[in-house]
Ligand binder design. Sequence first.
Ligand SMILES: [Zn+2]
Length: 482
Amino acid sequence: MKILPFNKPIKKLLFTTTILFLLLAKIIILSIFSLNFSKPAGLMPVNNSDGLAINNVNIVMVKENRILNNRQLVIQNGRITAINKANSSVRSNIREIDGNNTYVTPGLFDMHVHIYDRKYLTLNLAYGVTSVRNLNGMNMHLRWREELKNKEWLGSNLYLSSPILAGKGSHALNQKILSPQQGRDAVHIAKASGYDFIKVYGYLEPKIFEAIIDEAKIIDIRVAKHGPHPARGSDWSYLEGLQSLEHVEDIFQGPLNYEYNKEALEIIARKIKQSNVPVVPTLATFDHLTQLSNGKDKFINSLELDYLNPLYFDIQSHFTVSRWLKDNKKQSTYHLEKQKFLSYIVKVLHENKVKILVGSDAGTMYSLPGLSTHNEMKLLQQSGVSNFEILKAATINAAQTLSIEQDYGSIEIGKIADLVLVTENPLDEIKALRTPYAVVKSGQWLDKKQLKRLRIEAKNTDSYYWSIINLLEDLLIRFFIY
Ligand SMILES: [Zn+2]
């Protein structure tokens, strides 16, 4: 007997029924064991009620490229309340800490990450990355951001894009948009759901892309676009007012049409400068795939893979990492050449005074949270960006881009005390930031011992099971509301 394949409506019904069943199972399990059960073990508590006076520190002023030597930073209720001469007298209820002549910078921002586990925020924090901007919003992220706001556990601040608005042929983790009206609706839904900004791919049909940009302007939500150039068929004016443009690799693959064309690149850089939109180069992700392609298993073995969420480790081994491991010698060499050109693109953008942001794409292809951010800063340095400009990119530029400059991005009285303390001057040695002496998160002092504990606890990720439930929840919600 021939078995007839399911037709589309039946498939859809089966899919919905399965998801509904799983969601129901989740609700039952959650109500039996309470919501906390779904959190991984080892999340560190928030404890920032003490006032602090950090003595003998040199404050890095990221707006002015200078250092205030030998100071005392006073922090109360999570905010900087005074910057005094070192060892000034403070009230008896303020805990005094010796900063040991270290350098203090504002907490770092990674402006392009993929967070698949609460513990990615723990690991970021352990490396001084006190804020991250997540580029593919899922429903679980909204919950995690809420938990952070309620001080339920200690992690980096989380800024959230909508689900990625993508076109025909895109995979299930993205949100397919097939008409201009659907694009406009998606912008409204994302804003109402609580996402901070929209993430959109540049390869969408021009009419759909333009409708999304237009609607986002109308309802006042910012947009991050994949690719630092106009969408196919649209003009440069559609970039004005965007929050950011992601991945310099897209300049090479898009308008340069895979050619090492330096003259055309100059014109593109000037156009981007005119649009006034910051660029997140994400050199680290290309560096990572180049290392996968060239080093293969030897490179993989050098990574601390137990930091990765097990479900996304699995997904990435099948769908992304495997692709680069199959490369032959010729392909691997091609990536090395291309990497040099991507670095050159950053140099040209920087020379044209395009605002650069630090973003690593950590969380994809086994790239590790926090560590990738420092790799991105190293790669920016190799592209000819000065240490001061890199530090600015990772702090004040990011805060301005997210419109949170009143609270973050520099060390000033009244701002939230998210800080990194390092033993060497980061303006001389940017890699000093990779091994913090201490980190302060909203006024909570985290010394070397506590940072080590954060790194150990970061390996205690969500289980495979809970990660699947979270993924199914996101698929189900998007299936119904978009
Ligand atoms: Zn990304």
